[in-house]
Design a protein around this ligand. Sequence first.
Ligand SMILES: N[C@@H](CC(=O)c1ccccc1NC=O)C(=O)O
Ligand SMILES: [Zn+2]
Ligand SMILES: [Zn+2]
Length: 221
Amino acid sequence: MRGPAGGRHVRIIDISQRLDASTPLWPGEPALVVSHHARISETCSVNVGAVHMALHSGTHADAPFHYDVAGQSSAETALEPYIGRCVVVDVRRCAGSAVDVGDIDWSTLAAAAAPRVLLRTYEGFPHAAWDAGFRAVSAEVIRRLAGLGVVLVGTDAASLDPQDSKTMEAHHAVRAADMRILEGLVLDGVAAGVYELIALPLPLAGADASPVRAVLREIAA
Ligand SMILES: N[C@@H](CC(=O)c1ccccc1NC=O)C(=O)O
Ligand SMILES: [Zn+2]
Ligand SMILES: [Zn+2]
């Protein structure tokens, strides 16, 4: 089938938050501002804008530099982890404050043979307000995923570690296994299963995170 752009028609599921002044922010972070320093008028032929945004707002990729003083910035990190086969795992029934080893069906996960794992914790993404009680991920889950060869872990929560964490155990387990992280995904209505993920960080020099436009493509059966 041919799509509007003339290419083969594949269903693309956008799993990115919309970025505007009401996008929920980590407490104390600066609000997103898109400003315009040129406006179409009699003397100017174009609109031209600039953006000011917190790097851990919206759907984003943490760069290793976020949790490692010697880690790579968004500009330096390889892109391979951010494109390819992934599995969406439904952990909505998880009862604790963090996704634990017992909340995951490991045999189904291993059978998916996907080097990228996205965890769906929310029934519905909290677009209207910051959710301080988001569900973190235990470091043991990260270690188990690393043991299966997973190179990227994503979550619809704001972070892998609890908001008040001082130890950042999940992030450090990610660092130990040199994995990559996506946070703030929107997985509402996304069925558990295997997809192709595309979620590329921008080559922002020195940045500890980058916004991504994260999408899933359905894999033809
Ligand atoms: N750990 C979070 C982000 C984070 O820690 C953070 C983000 C913005 C402002 C402060 C933060 N942490 C600090 O105390 C993350 O996983 O990306
Ligand atoms: Zn982050
Ligand atoms: Zn993080």
